[in-house]
Design a protein around this ligand. Structure first.
Ligand code: IPE
Ligand code: IPE
Ligand code: MG
Length: 253
């Protein structure tokens, strides 16, 4: 398994296209409300936007696209909404996997699996297995995911695999291989649609030095042009990772 250095140590070049884009897809409910539709109509439309975003990222040469689909906290929603979301998730998994596979996309799911139905777990495992050797875009869906859960599960897995570390001094590099996204570089660009300026327990560890982009657009309205605007904003950022601007321009870093 290839492991990536923490972005808090090395300065990755700001490439024309970010290698990892992570998105909190928010605003489905408000998109629907604005149209006097039930909230779930917004979730349904949101799936269309996911399809467009995957296609656009694939074509633009983004290596990793990570989408927050359902947080650990989203179980607190009304039971009818949760069950609609589960149905939509299962239907999308089953319907889209052939097309993802045909387009060379590798699908990964991060998050807890023990609270999903057996049918969803089977479908996740089948989709991951079928696309495992694809070499195009890696599409990660974060479902029943929470950043704090991730850090805790990684700590537990690390101590199980390497009990000699207990009580000793730990390094970031000891924990990193056990995080749910150890297969990917840390996100270069984080996008949140829907107008809220918060991280909502998404990739807490991995976002340490990610460039953040917030937009008022509701997720179902976030089209290719909106995605390209986010990427173009990223291109104008100077990633310093604690250093000074002068250090980056000179050879001192
Ligand atoms: C995001 O849209 C989708 C999920 C969290 C599953 P919301 O459902 O949060 O939409 P708003 O924020 O209520 O508009
Ligand atoms: C964050 O959206 C989670 C997902 C998009 C899956 P929420 O709408 O649940 O976030 P909060 O609760 O408003 O922060
Ligand atoms: Mg929301």
């Amino acid at each position: 398994m290839k492991l990536f250095q923490s972005s808090t140590r090395e300065v990755p070049a700001v490439a024309a296209v970010p290698s990892h884009v992570a998105i909190i897809m928010d605003g489905n409910g408000r998109w629907a409300k604005q149209r006097f539709l039930p909230r779930v109509a917004g979730h349904k439309q949101g799936v269309e936007t996911v399809r467009e975003a995957v296609k656009a990222c694939s074509e633009l040469g983004v290596g990793y696209l990570t989408l927050f689909a359902f947080s650990s906290e989203n179980w607190r929603r009304p039971v009818e909404e949760v069950s609609f979301l589960m149905g939509l998730f299962l239907a999308a998994l089953e319907r889209e996997v052939a097309k993802l596979d045909k387009n060379g996309i590798r699908l990964k799911l991060i998050g807890r699996r023990d609270r999903f139905s057996a049918e969803i777990v089977r479908s996740i495992e089948a989709a991951e297995a079928r696309t495992a050797t694809n070499t195009g875009l890696t599409l990660t869906i974060a479902a029943d995911y929470g950043g704090r859960w991730d850090i805790l599960q990684a700590t537990q897995a690390m101590l199980k695999a390497r009990p000699e570390l207990a009580g000793g001094e730990l390094d970031e590099a000891d924990l990193a291989p056990f995080l749910a996204m150890a297969y990917a570089p840390e996100p270069d660009l984080f996008i949140r649609t829907g107008g809220e300026a918060r991280v909502s327990n998404f990739l807490l560890w991995q976002l340490a030095y990610t460039e953040l982009y917030f937009t008022d657009a509701y997720w179902p309205d976030f089209d290719r042009a909106a995605l390209e605007s986010a990427i173009s904003s990223y291109r104008n950022r100077e990633r310093r990772f604690g250093r000074t601007s002068e250090q980056l321009k000179g050879s001192a870093c």
